[in-house]
Design a protein around this ligand. Structure first.
Ligand SMILES: [Cu+2]
Length: 118
């Protein structure tokens, strides 16, 4: 009987250690999940899509031109400017500072988009 109680105690301790380890693992997994990832913006039929998006500071946005027509990405405040992108070419920019960034295609200035960095 004494031996059974002792074994149960060991089992309980083992379970607690496993749970603690599990909790630590899930915390670090969550930390990795919150790490800003690359967000895709498509250029399709003269439209940036999504047209407006909100991302945490440190996020990278990658634009891809799916049109047969060249486009570029120029921010209103000149903080970033891509070269002219041909079909399937991409441009990436990492937003480190919070703020609202409006941008457009300087070849087709009616094409506009917005990125809100938090
Ligand atoms: Cu364009």
């Amino acid at each position: 009987m004494k031996r059974t109680v002792w074994s149960l105690g060991i089992a309980a301790v083992a379970i607690m250690i496993l749970m603690a380890a599990g909790a630590r693992t899930s915390v670090s997994a969550a930390a990795q999940d919150t790490k800003p990832a690359e967000t895709a913006v498509k250029i399709d039929n003269f439209v940036f899509s999504p047209n407006a998006l909100t991302v945490p500071a440190g996020s990278t946005i990658r634009w891809t031109n799916h049109d047969d027509i060249p486009h570029n990405i120029v921010s209103e405040d000149k903080s970033f400017k891509s070269k002219v992108l041909d079909t399937d070419e991409t441009f990436a920019y990492t937003f480190t500072k919070p703020g609202t960034y409006t941008y457009f295609c300087s070849i087709h200035p009616k094409m506009t988009g917005k990125v809100v960095v938090q």
